[in-house]
Design a protein around this ligand. Structure first.
Ligand code: TRP
Length: 461
């Protein structure tokens, strides 16, 4: 049974897949913007503190639970008793909801990749209009969005169908290093433009007038959970494919550090160029699509090349994250069928999971970022589908998952012994165990504060 389920071929392969899951759209547009808008350097310090006090802890816990049980979230958590099962279900539900909006955004990225490519071969239209006009027509065009979203699903589906080693690991081992190199190329271009220093200033100076501790704490908390793919079982799932000789506790540091570095590098890729060209650093889709489009346009002849490279790297980052989201549900239904005594077909399950996720994404496509008003009934501040899906996943399910998962080890009897047992298998070292032993007790409390303050923010409080 174990063999059929699949496993990663090496710890490097696991790391690339896990870092691939973490590094995504959240890093590219979420982190740099949130940092700039919340006091710059002060936000960074709070973010780093949360990564240390919650991120590393929850990440390690998830991997340990996954590998020890060798199961997907629902079944893995059921080993602690039936009442823990819902925490696993949150994860499966969250994977559908996150994919429901994430893939639509990935579809836009795909469209930019294709258009810049066409421009490079002299056939494109993207450089003939400004960023705002182009993006507005992009999200308003339902047919094209259906096509590109579907395409993003097909690519993800094919990779996940390939299995752990021949699909996910193989893709991640090539894609992640490539992403890194492309990011460096874009950064060098940005930093060598005249006036780029202002962008560094935007990110790294402490701006007390923009800083509010409470706001920074909840923004950083939500960002940290989302960016590290925590609280919904993605790392339980990947952990279940990890071999016993991998050092979980070392990986629990490497992944968050790599993700944070990539988030900072994303800022370096975006802001210096943006400020050099005197553009407005407003966040969200606006930044990633409209503003950056204008940035590439103003670079002259080399613009389309950098545009192409930038959106390809964004595409890679998004795809490797989507793979992990699909795998959470694929492995769930795989384990479900196996538990019923059937011989599961990974390909079939992946197909149905992706189809289901595509259906969940339809309302977001038809919503046109709130323009159509089909989400006007939602009880949150922003009346659009993207924010509503994001609210359910990042505002409720993921932080809640974080509370339960950290409490499971930190507050439950025998929690630390459980970790010790799994981490130290094969004589692996438990890195900074003393630190972990103390902090794991306060992680649930911090997560509760993050959860409630984050909830308030969605209602505009
Ligand atoms: N971490 C990814 C990002 O920053 C998104 C993501 C991938 C994710 N897998 C996840 C978020 C699982 C939450 C849970 O873009």
């Amino acid at each position: 049974m174990e063999k059929e389920r699949g496993h990663f071929g090496s710890n490097f392969g696991f790391l690339m897949a896990a870092i691939g899951s973490a590094v995504g759209l959240g890093n590219l547009w979420g982190f740099p913007y949130k940092m700039g808008a919340n006091g710059g350097f002060a936000f960074l310090i709070i973010y780093l503190a949360l990564v240390l006090l919650c991120g590393v802890i929850i990440m390690t816990i998830e991997m340990a639970i996954g590998r020890k049980t060798g199961k997907s979230p629902v079944y893995a958590l059921a080993t602690f008793g039936k009442r823990w099962r819902p925490v696993g279900w949150f994860g499966v539900g969250a994977s559908f909801i996150i994919m429901g909006f994430y893939t639509v955004i990935c579809g836009w990225v795909l469209r930019y990749v294709v258009d810049y490519f066409m421009t490079l071969i002299g056939q494109g239209t993207i450089t003939s209009v400004d960023g705002v006009t182009y993006f507005t027509s992009a999200f308003g065009d339902i047919t094209l969005n259906l096509i590109y979203t579907l395409l993003a699903f097909v690519i993800t589906c094919v990779i996940v169908m390939g299995g752990i080693q021949k699909g996910i690991e193989k893709f991640s081992k090539v894609a992640m290093p490539a992403l890194f190199v492309m990011l460096i190329v874009v950064i060098i271009k940005g930093l060598t433009m005249e006036g780029s220093a202002e962008g560094l200033e935007f990110m790294f100076t402490f701006k007390s007038e923009d800083f509010n501790f409470f706001n920074a704490l909840r923004t950083a908390g939500g960002q940290m959970m989302f960016s590290l793919s925590l609280g919904m079982g993605a790392l339980i799932t990947y952990g279940s494919y990890m071999t016993k000789d991998s050092n979980i506790s070392k990986n629990g540091w490497i992944i968050p550090i790599a993700d944070t570095i990539m988030a900072l590098l994303s800022g370096l890729a975006i802001f210096p160029a943006l400020f050099a060209l005197d553009m407005d650093p407003s966040g969200g889709p606006g930044l990633l699509f409209m503003t950056l489009h204008n940035v590439f346009d103003s670079m002259g002849a080399v613009g389309p090349i950098f545009g192409f490279v930038f959106y390809v790297l964004t595409l890679i980052a998004a795809l490797s994250s989507m793979i992990s989201l699909v795998e959470v549900s694929t492995s769930h239904f795989y384990d479900y069928q196996a538990s019923k005594g059937k011989t599961p077909s990974r390909k079939k399950i992946t197909f149905w999971v992706c189809l289901g996720m595509f259906i969940i994404s339809l309302p977001i496509i038809f919503d046109k970022l709130g323009e159509s008003g089909i989400f006007s009934w939602v009880p949150i501040k922003d009346k659009d589908g993207l924010d509503f899906y994001d609210f359910i996943a990042s505002g409720v399910l993921m932080p809640l998952g974080g509370v339960f998962l950290s409490a499971l080890i930190g507050w439950r009897k025998g929690g630390m012994a459980y970790l010790d047992d799994e981490i130290r298998v094969h004589d692996n070292k438990f890195v900074a165990r003393g630190f972990f032993n103390v902090v794991v007790k306060i992680t649930p409390a911090i997560m509760i504060v993050v959860l409630f303050s984050l909830l308030l923010s969605y209602f505009g409080l």
